[in-house]
Design a protein around this ligand. Structure first.
Ligand code: PHE
Length: 318
């Protein structure tokens, strides 16, 4: 631009020379010559102004031009957390047979977590739940299981009911390799006419074989929960050794994966469902426990430390 200005408009520029020629031009042509020269001068000036404006509006210096041959910055994709992988798989398995997903609140009241589920006040089973209370009067708490969501569904929806309830739960336990003060559960509930223990068993066999493999066998052991009667715990044949015995199943060939049972008629009544007409089953499992078995993770705490060296091992896993 500066070259252009000096060449045409400068004090020793071309226009100056041309104007100097004026006196040599014959008198009758001088007027025209002057007009033409003035037009040229105006054009040179306006051209310079336009260039000046363009320079002011341009953002970068020419030295900052993009080098298109430079290698790009890699886009780092995260991976799913093992708890999310397992939760999704469980959700998918039950969705495929008509279960819908229901969610509730992490802060709950006594009725949804305990009373409606047949934990009378002062019942020793309440102690087993190691509850974090939110209020002094113990009426509000952090849910200790997602059975609370089942109560909410039964309160609001007439049977047939077929839901699974995934979510985070809290228990006041000492944090160690085997337990944490929060973890995740998926609980399931099926209520209709004529639902039997055989339906429960078949549903859980289907789940176990979908999740752990077609050769998986199951067994049920009697157990106790206030909200189911009868109650049971479900073991599956060890998916590491196939039942022969190994460190994961501690040599027994079986691993315990969930609690279950027929919904106690009193629980149905507590939630406004006629227990003379309807029956149902429920089950509940800890997602971390299953993830730890599946991926052979020895310490639950590593699941919540956000260490990328751990998390990266699940890239492409689900
Ligand atoms: N709510 C139980 C628990 O958290 C699990 C469970 C659910 C057991 C449904 C039986 C039936 O321990």
């Amino acid at each position: 631009m500066e070259k252009f200005r000096i060449h045409w408009l400068g004090s020793k520029g071309r226009l100056k020379d041309l104007f100097a020629l004026m006196k040599e031009v014959p008198a009758e042509e001088r007027k025209n010559f002057g007009l033409v020269l003035n037009t040229v001068k105006q054009e040179a000036e306006s051209k310079f102004e336009i260039l000046q404006r363009q320079l002011e509006n341009s953002t970068g210096k020419s030295s900052e031009q993009i080098d298109l041959t430079m290698p790009g910055v890699p886009l780092e994709l995260g991976s799913r957390h093992p708890v999310s992988i397992v939760r999704k798989k469980i959700n998918d398995i039950f969705s495929a047979i008509g279960y819908t997903i229901a969610e509730g609140n992490e802060i709950e009241d006594d009725r949804h977590n305990f009373t409606a589920l047949n934990f009378p006040p002062d019942h020793p089973a309440r102690d087993m739940q190691d509850t974090f209370f939110v209020t002094e009067d113990k009426q509000w708490l952090l849910r200790t299981h997602t059975s609370t969501v089942q109560v909410r569904v039964m309160d609001h929806q007439p049977p047939p009911i077929r839901v699974i309830c995934p979510g985070r739960v809290y228990r006041n336990e000492t944090i160690s390799a085997r337990s944490h003060c929060f973890f995740h559960q998926v609980e399931g509930l099926y209520i209709d006419k004529n639902v039997s223990f055989a339906d429960l068993k078949q549903t859980l066999l289907y789940f176990a074989q979908e999740f752990f493999g077609k050769d998986t066998r199951i067994r049920l052991r009697p157990s106790y929960f206030p909200f189911t009667e009868p109650s049971a715990e479900l073991d599956v044949t060890c998916f590491i050794c196939g039942g022969k015995g190994c460190p994961v199943c501690k040599g027994s060939g079986w691993v315990e994966i969930l609690g279950c049972g027929m919904v106690d008629p009193q629980v149905l009544e507590n939630c406004g469902i006629d227990s003379e007409i309807y029956t149902g089953f429920a089950f509940g499992m800890g997602i971390e426990r299953i993830a730890m078995l599946k991926y052979q993770i020895k310490d639950i705490r590593i699941l919540f430390e956000n260490d990328v060296r751990f998390l990266r091992q699940f890239e492409g896993a689900g």
